[in-house]
Write a protein that binds this ligand. Structure first.
Ligand SMILES: *Cc1c(COP(=O)(O)O)cnc(C)c1O
Length: 378
């Protein structure tokens, strides 16, 4: 093993289709000159995604963030929304940009999704919805959340940006809740360069989403909603059609790397490795590791910096916590979220993507052992 990787390795690397295949598939656009506005390839990608994700209803969007904004807006919500602070900032931004007030609920120690035992204490007269996140593709306690939402008459909109293709008890994760949103950003398991979608469950919601993503225009001369422009164009829809053909291979390859990491880092006291939840078929979207400074004597930030010196660029997903950021830290009343704080202080996501070599994973594991002084125990 060399002291440093020859080429930098980043936490992810977008999958791309075969160049000639893409060029071949976009050629018809040069004849039709139809580039956007829910045209042929937009519709085709919606259909193929429905098939792949085992769902009947999906609305493509320009990105995952706008998918969440549109989903929230379509439900006509006002008041407070219970959500997790351990997520990408987009989740909270979408809530706030809908004039809703986020109320941060702590996460559970086991899988770092929202702690369902703490939700009800946060419900007030103003609560209108719960926005949980299937963080790292881990499925929230969907049954318990449904039960709470029913009891209190709340909407549930899942941020499933990480959960593309994940199933729970054989059913797609996105069939839970009133709606779920997906992200097809370049860094996600399935990408359309930029892109996203809302999975919904009834025709009325579909009509609302269709109108909202197109400026609130119902028909040429009838505009009844304060919409946005959240449409996906034809070039990106075609990128999606190409990438969708390879997504199974992408996930299979990620599984191999996931298991190589587990093998390389197992049985180290102070290191908590990711795991696949019971009854879940996962997509291996991320490889988040928790480093306990108390036990290891070396903190997450040192490991992050030391890996960088060895050309390994990990990410602190998700640090800082949303309720500790400059834009939200002092605005909303935050009851303590100690479990989320601890996770944010100790987490590092390691590189995982289809093109990553298994040998590189072995090197990264060896570097980590070296940094924490566990090298010789192999
Ligand atoms: C990526 C992501 C988003 C936003 O999706 P974009 O497609 O980048 O707009 C929202 N929530 C979470 C948890 C994400 O990881």
């Amino acid at each position: 093993m060399k002291g440093r990787l020859e080429k930098p390795v980043y936490v992810t690397r977008p999958s791309m289709p075969d160049y000639n295949e893409y060029v071949e598939r976009i050629r018809p656009l040069w004849d039709s000159h139809i580039l956007t506005n829910m045209a042929e390839y937009h519709q085709q990608l919606e259909q193929e995604l429905c098939r792949y994700l085992q769902t009947d209803r999906i609305s493509l969007m320009t990105n995952g963030h706008m998918a969440l904004e549109m989903a929230l807006q379509s439900q006509g919500l006002s008041g407070e929304v219970i959500t997790t602070p351990f997520t990408f900032i987009s989740t909270t931004h979408a809530i706030v940009r809908n004039n809703l007030t986020p109320v941060f609920c702590d996460i559970n120690e086991k899988d770092l999704t929202i702690d369902v035992s703490k939700i009800e204490a946060l419900i007030s007269k103003r609560t209108c919805a719960i926005v949980p996140v299937h963080i790292y593709g881990r499925i929230c306690d969907v049954e318990k959340i449904e039960e709470i939402a029913k009891r209190h008459g709340l909407k549930v909109i899942y941020d499933a940006a990480h959960a593309f293709g994940v199933t729970y008890k054989g059913k797609p994760a996105a069939c839970y809740g009133d709606m779920s949103i997906l992200s097809f950003h370049a860094t996600k398991v399935f990408n359309t360069v930029e892109g996203g979608a809302v999975i919904y469950h009834n025709e009325e919601d579909g009509k609302e989403l269709y109108s909202l993503k197109n400026f609130g225009i119902r028909s040429e001369e009838y505009i009844d909603g304060v919409g946005a422009n959240a449409k996906m164009d034809e070039l990106r829809a075609i990128m999606g059609l190409c990438n969708l053909r390879n997504v199974e291979r992408e996930i299979t390859r990620r599984k191999v790397l996931f298991e190589a990491y587990i093998e390389g880092l197992k049985d180290i006291p102070g290191i908590t490795l990711p795991f696949v939840q019971k009854d879940v078929k996962t997509n291996y979207a991320y490889f988040p590791v928790l480093f306990d400074k108390e036990i290891l004597g070396v903190g997450r930030d040192v490991i992050y910096e030391e890996l960088k010196k060895r050309n390994v660029y990990t990410r602190k997903y998700f640090y800082p916590l949303v309720n500790d950021t400059k834009c939200y830290g002092n605005i909303y009343s935050v009851k303590g979220t100690p479990v989320a704080e601890k996770a944010a202080a100790s987490v590092l996501t390691l590189p995982i993507y289809a093109d990553l070599e298994t040998e590189t994973v072995s090197c990264i594991c060896a570097y980590i052992r070296e940094i924490i002084g566990q090298g010789e125990k192999r």
